[in-house]
Ligand binder design. Structure first.
Ligand SMILES: Nc1ncnc2c1ncn2[C@@H]1O[C@H](COP(=O)(O)OP(=O)(O)OP(=O)(O)O)[C@@H](O)[C@H]1O
Ligand SMILES: CC(C)(CO)[C@@H](O)C(=O)[O-]
Ligand code: BAL
Length: 282
């Protein structure tokens, strides 16, 4: 596995691969890798000849300085995990390498970013779109892999790809969970044991709500039941619980046949903010 630390090095590496007729897959991450990330790498390995994994804790997408400071960083352990699952090159740039000058670019994703993560983390998707655009330009992958766990993120990135005519395919991989249902997340490492014990409630509430949605219970009633269940757990402070159209991400008033629905949750557990979602096919 090649380690690349410069933008020019990444460009040269993938350019050579393309010249040799290889298919290039890109897996953007912020590190502190778990099985959710490794599944993305394995999917890329199946489809592509070259699998580029980037690890970069992107400062421009953090709206909370403490969250950025405390974000888990374990680069040596990450590198050990990547080679056996088929990563061919690991891109680990410094902040000045990615941002030689302060980022001033502004994206507007309209209604897609006016809800959920976009509404609760001002500037977040601007930072995500900035860094993902840079990675797409540098690596020029044939395919890029993202997790369903960040449903709104992958929806915004699909919009970015369409709007800027990036010549690549976005692949979304399912959310990988712990045996008790908790979605794997780098931030799980920061959970105190009592918060970790309470955390599976997020998935349980999503599952119960999804069952009600399937039975035709109205979105407002489903949300009221979910919020009541979350309020009963003092270790969890919900930030939002939304039932939305899976493509437009706009809150659902009524169900329409043939439309996919996404249930999304964000909550704080002892200073750690987690998100999760479930998609119900229409
Ligand atoms: N449990 C998971 N299953 C599948 N994909 C995942 C999972 N967790 C993260 N991913 C995906 O991995 C990629 C990199 O995500 P990231 O490095 O932010 O990890 P993370 O675990 O989501 O961390 P955090 O949510 O704490 O930032 C994203 O495309 C994300 O959706
Ligand atoms: C896509 C991403 C790597 C951009 O920094 C990040 O938002 C993430 O890890 O999901
Ligand atoms: N996985 C999403 C990255 C973030 O929370 O900033």
């Amino acid at each position: 596995m090649q380690i690349l630390t410069t933008a020019a090095g990444l460009q040269a590496y993938t350019e050579q691969a393309r010249q040799a007729g290889k298919r290039v897959g890109l897996v953007p991450t912020m590190g502190a890798l778990h099985d959710g990330h490794l599944q993305l790498v394995q999917a890329a390995r199946t489809d592509c000849d070259e699998v580029i994994v980037s690890i970069f804790v992107n400062p421009t997408q953090f709206n909370n300085a403490e969250d950025f400071r405390l974000y888990p960083r374990v680069p040596e352990a990450d590198a050990v995990l990547l080679e056996p699952v088929g990563c061919t090159a690991l891109f680990v740039p410094s902040v000045p390498e990615v941002y030689p000058q302060p980022a001033v670019l502004r994206f507007d994703f309209g209604p897609l970013e006016q809800v959920m993560e976009g509404a609760h983390r001002p500037g977040h998707f601007n930072g995500v779109a900035t860094v993902v655009s840079k990675l797409f330009h540098l690596a020029r992958p044939h395919r890029a892999y993202f997790g369903q766990k960040d449903w709104q993120q992958v929806t915004v990135i699909r919009q970015l790809v369409a709007d800027l005519s990036f010549d690549l395919e976005i692949v979304t991989c399912p959310t990988i969970r712990e045996p008790d249902g908790l979605a794997m997340s780098s931030r799980n490492r920061r959970l105190e044991p009592v918060a970790r014990a309470a955390a599976p409630l997020l998935h349980q509430v999503l599952q119960a709500a999804a069952a009600e949605v399937r039975q035709g219970v109205s979105p407002s009633e489903v949300m009221a039941t979910a919020e009541a269940a979350l309020r009963r757990e003092p270790l969890i402070t919900p930030e939002y619980f939304e039932i939305a159209d899976a493509q437009t991400l706009q809150p659902l008033v009524d169900y329409a046949a043939g439309r996919d629905v996404v249930l999304c949750i964000a909550a704080h557990l002892g200073g750690v903010r987690l998100i999760d979602n479930l998609v119900i096919a229409g």
